[in-house]
Design a protein. Sequence first.
Length: 263
Amino acid sequence: MFIVYSLADPVSMEAGRIMRELLQPEEAKPINGLKHFVSDEFEMLELKESHIYADYLDDMISTDCIIFLSRHSSKSGIASFTVHAEGNWSSEAKLGGKPEQLSTAAPVEMLRVLSALSKNNHISEINVTYEATHHGPLLKTPSLYAELGGNETVMKNTDYVRLLVDSVLDSFEIEPNFKRVAIGIGGLHYADRFTRRALEGEYAFAHILSKHYSDNVDMIPQAIERSNKKPEVAVIEWSSLGAAQRNAIIDKLDEIGIDHVRM
């Protein structure tokens, strides 16, 4: 397991500092000139640039999973702790990665972090949620983002950053409760309904395709394939989609042999 933080991201930088302070990992030989720390359970890597452009990590490190510590950006300023997989559903790649390409999701690891955040979030009323898959980097190595943000007040609160760090560390000790690995289709970018079903023990979600990009059904096979645990089912937020969209999605799922559940 690699924990990656970035000096270009104030929340990420502070989270990395707190994690090093808590665990006192040994500083190891740099990797391609980047600071590298090792503890008994995992390794840490310090990036100078934003991690959303770190497609090169596949060639630099070998690990079963990468967790990116990150700030969360929100135009509305709503404070949130979030977890999500990476990738671009559209023909644009304004925030790293490549157009219409998804990274390898890590659904069980994401559920572990989500569960730990939900359990530890007694110090605040900040929302804890999955986000739909978005931005870079584009990686073959399974990876996920663990984020805090939404507004400057939250991002500058050291207690909240500490909660993010504690939750990532606690996640290593959690055996998540779920029945099936799934992809999510439909709903909003903040996937609150999928989050509830995950925390209730139904699903561990891999990639989530919000309703905003749900016309791009040709990427659904990629969402199934690019996960370290293959999704068994697609959970569809039915009422968020039009009839034509639902029909196209179900046709594609039938074509690739994946069952679906209406929600």
